[in-house]
Design a binder for this molecule. Sequence first.
Ligand code: ASP
Length: 457
Amino acid sequence: MKVVKFGGSSLSSGTQIKKVFDIILSDPQRRIIVVSAPGKRFDEDRKVTDLLIDCGIHMRESGQANHQIRLILNRYASIIDELVMDPTMIDDFEAQLLQTLKVNHLPIEKYLDAIKACGEDLNARLIASYFNQRGVKASYVNPLSAGLYVSDEPGNAQVLNESYDNLFKLREYSGILVFPGFFGYTKDKEVVTFSRSGSDITGSILANGVKASMYENFTDVDAVYSVNPTVVEKPKEIRELTYREMRELSYAGFSVFHEEALIPAFKAGIPVNVKNTNNPNAPGTKIVSNRQHTNGPVIGIASDKGFCSIFVSKYLMNREIGFGRKLLQILEENGVSYEHIPSGIDDITVILREDLLDANKETVIIDRINKELDVDDVRVEHGLALIMIVGEGMRHSVGTTARASKALSDVGINIEMINQGSSEVSIMFGIKAIDEHKAVNALYQEFFSPSLIGANV
Ligand code: ASP
C-alpha cells in the first residue's frame, strides 16, 4: 500500500485535481491520499491557507470577515464548477467555515489553527466526493476519528506516538481514503496544525502508521535538484539520496520536502519518492536509508541566509569548567535556540537565526555575557549565509574540504567559519550573505561540472 500526498499546487484547480485522479487510478497500490489546501494557480495568486489566516485575523479584530470568506469560498466554488460537481456542496463548506469562525473562546493561535485546518479539510471532502462522482469508491477520513493525536503546540504540533497504532487500522478500509493534511487533534479534541507546509508531515505519519511500502510526495518539480535551480541554471537532478542527506539539505534552504516530515518515514524505513503531478512518469527523487555512492562525494549544495553569529573570546576558555553551558544558558533564558557552535581553544562562536535576535534581546544577551562570563571580547556579526555541501560519499573520499575552500578562494570569497560534523555528511561554510549566490555557483562548478562527475567515486 502506498500513501500519496499532493501539495497545494497539485490541487489548486479542477484541472490539477483531474491529474491527481489519473495518478491515483494508474496504480492500485495508491490507497491513501493526503491533501493540502488549494495552493497558488499562478505566481501572484494566494494560497487558501494564507486567505484563511487573513480571514481569521479579520474576524478576531473586527467581528466580521465577509470579503475574506467570499475569497475563500470562491476558490472552492471555481473548483467545484470546473469539475462539474454538485454546486450545493459550497453551502456545506460555507456552513463549516462560518461555524469555525464563530468559536471565539479560543486563544488566537488555536483559533487560527482551527481556521487554517479548514483549507485541507474542505479540500479532502471535495476530492473524495469528486472520486465518487467519477465512480471510484473513496471516503474522506477525519483525523480525529482516525486517531491522529498531536501535542498541544499551536502551529507547531508534534505527533503523539499512540497515533501510529491508531492509524494502522486504516489498512482495514476498502476503497481510497482521502485524508486532510496539516493538522491533528489534541487529547482534548482541539484542532492543532503542524508548522507551515505540514501536509508533508501528515503523509509521513500515515505512511509510518499503515506501514506503507512507499510514501509518494507529489509536488510541482520533476526532482529534488542538487542545488537551488533559481541560483544555478538547469542543475543536476538527484535520483536517490539518504534521509540524512535530505535532512541536511532541507535544513539550509531545500524546501521541496518539509524537514520534519522525514522523521516518521525514516523511523519506519519507508522510502519517500518525490514526484511531479505535472509529469508523473518522471522517476522523481527517492529518499532511502542507504544508497550506492556514485557521482562523487557531494550530492547537493544548499544555502540559506538570515544568520548571525555571536563571537566570544576569553583567554584560557578551554580550562574553564562550565563556560559553554553558562553561555548557552544565557541564550536559553532569552528564548533563543542556536544552530551551530564552532569553537577554538579560547573562543567560541554561536550561530543563530537572525530573526530570533531583535535589537533589544541582543543588548540584553551581550550585557549578560560580558558581566556574567567576564569575557575578553564579544561581538555580534549580522548578515551571514550558511552554505552546506552534503553527501554521505564524503566519508570515503579525501580532500573535499580542500576542494571546496579552494573553489571559494578562487572567486575571492572569505570563509568566516567552517564546521564539519563528526558524521561527515556535510560541511558548512559561513560567509557574508551578499556572496551567497557566487559561492553556490563556485561550489557547483567544482563538484558538478560535467567533466568532474564520476571522477571522485
Ligand atoms: N496548506 C498548508 C500551508 O500552506 C499546509 C501544506 O500545504 O502543506 O502551509
